[in-house]
Design a protein around this ligand. Structure first.
Ligand SMILES: Cc1cc2nc3c(=O)[nH]c(=O)nc-3n(C[C@H](O)[C@H](O)[C@H](O)COP(=O)(O)OP(=O)(O)OC[C@H]3O[C@@H](n4cnc5c(N)ncnc54)[C@H](O)[C@@H]3O)c2cc1C
Length: 390
């Protein structure tokens, strides 16, 4: 009897969804319970780094509550346990018409089914109104000056440099630009860390007029009170440029030693040259089954993708829950079975850390705060990271 040739499932990026899929494959493997869909399938995962940093614990690391290895997931070992080949490379293009992924190592990888979970880039456009018209060299200059929160691995090195500079300074001034939950967590973690070095150091949040606009008013008020408790300066103007040690806003300009941008996400750089259908400046357009609207053998989930049928926020929560559905759909697709829709829950639990082992929680219209909320967050976060090592 003629044996069918093996299929290739390529996992691009090691974001939340693929970590979840690897855990599932690893658990199935240890129970000798591999899905029939995968018996004749080779699985490869391409990611830039052998470790994935867990963003939910990053502010806790900045504030000194965790070591870097406590917030890192060893993707390479997880792949080994899951029976997945790990390839450490950066994806620079995807040509869906020929089913190929191109990497910075000048290699091409063919696939039968592709799953994208590469996250997104920090949106720096607001920091220079002319960002899209700039040459790549000028953009590089600007991104050397402004410290983007993504990729997290680069950010962790830059944060350590900030701490080193602050130790040499009498009065270090840091600005965090952004208006979302991540920006408020970062600014409080930064203030706690810098003031541990010297009380004269000061962090400023530059947030425009819409601080935490997606959250209920009670949660927003709680966060603003915590920002005041930490004596963080809040500037409700838009940051427009950072040049020669001065941060300009729509109202003013002032000197700072460093600027961190936590300004939301834009489509990943590699999407510029792909033939996959994208929306909103480079997010891979997917349907309710997390399947590319232009190429059915391509699935995408998390920050890299945008749902075309309904609004789903780019967040870790949807990367995890959407990822679980997407993983099932990949297996179903390989067996020509029916796909399932990802239906996001109306409310999700959000736990926001306030720098000093204190946190605020929100669930729908309910919000609460306290040290116990921080310990709850720590327990949930640690359980997630340690379960990836089991
Ligand atoms: C400080 C901070 C705190 C946050 N806290 C929360 C929170 O509490 N709750 C919440 O829901 N959301 C939170 N978020 C948002 C959350 O981090 C993102 O929405 C989430 O990480 C998106 O997950 P993802 O799986 O799409 O991709 P990511 O987590 O971004 O992972 C992408 C992966 O792909 C790899 N990769 C990227 N590009 C390439 C490439 N070209 N080639 C190969 N590999 C590549 C990366 O190295 C990484 O491993 C926070 C964000 C920040 C910055």
């Amino acid at each position: 009897m003629k044996r069918m040739s093996k299929k290739t499932l390529l996992l691009a990026g090691a974001g939340h969804a693929h970590i979840g899929l690897l855990r599932r494959l690893s658990a199935d493997r240890s129970k000798n319970n591999a899905s029939n869909a995968l018996i004749d399938t080779d699985i490869h995962l391409i990611s830039e780094q052998p470790h994935t940093l867990y963003s939910g614990m990053l502010p806790g690391w900045m504030a000194g509550h965790y070591q870097l290895d406590e917030i890192s997931i060893d993707t390479k070992s997880l792949c080994l346990r899951a029976g997945v080949r790990f390839i450490q490379q950066s994806i620079i293009n995807i040509t869906a018409a020929s089913n190929t992924v191109e990497t910075s190592g000048n290699e091409r990888f063919d696939y039968d089914v592709l799953s994208l979970n590469t996250g997104a880039d920090t949106d720096l456009r607001g920091l220079s109104q002319a960002y899209d018209d700039m040459s790549n060299d000028t953009r590089d200059d600007m991104s050397n000056d402004v410290i983007a929160i993504r990729p997290l691995s680069t950010f962790t090195l830059q944060w350590q440099q900030i701490l080193a500079d602050a130790r040499q300074s009498e009065q270090y001034r840091l600005a965090v630009v952004g208006a979302g939950a991540a920006a408020t967590e970062l600014v409080m973690a930064a203030q706690v860390a810098l003031q541990k070095i010297n009380n004269n150091h000061q962090v400023t949040l530059v947030c425009g007029e819409n601080l935490l606009s997606g959250f209920v008013p009670s949660f927003r008020q709680r966060v603003i009170k915590q920002l005041h408790r930490h004596s963080i300066t809040i500037i409700e103007a838009r940051a427009t440029a950072y040049r020669d040690g001065k941060l300009s806003t729509s109202n003013d300009s002032f000197p700072v030693d460093a600027v961190i941008a936590a300004t939301g996400v834009r489509g990943a750089a590699w999407t510029v040259s792909t033939d996959l259908e994208t929306v909103d400046n480079g997010f891979v357009a997917v349907n309710s089954q997390q399947q590319s609207v232009s190429h059915p053998n391509v699935f995408a989930v998390g920050d890299v993708a945008t749902r075309v049928d309904q609004y789903v926020a780019h967040s870790g929560v949807h990367a995890v829950h959407g990822g679980a559905i997407e993983a099932g759909n990949i297996l179903a697709y390989l067996q020509s079975k029916m796909l399932t829709e990802y239906q996001p829950k109306t409310h999700t639990l959000y736990l926001l850390s306030c720098g000093d082992k204190y946190a605020i929680g929100s669930w729908g219209s309910v919000s609460l705060q306290g040290r116990w909320v921080w310990y709850l967050k720590r327990q949930i976060d640690k359980r997630f990271v340690t379960s990836c090592a089991a």
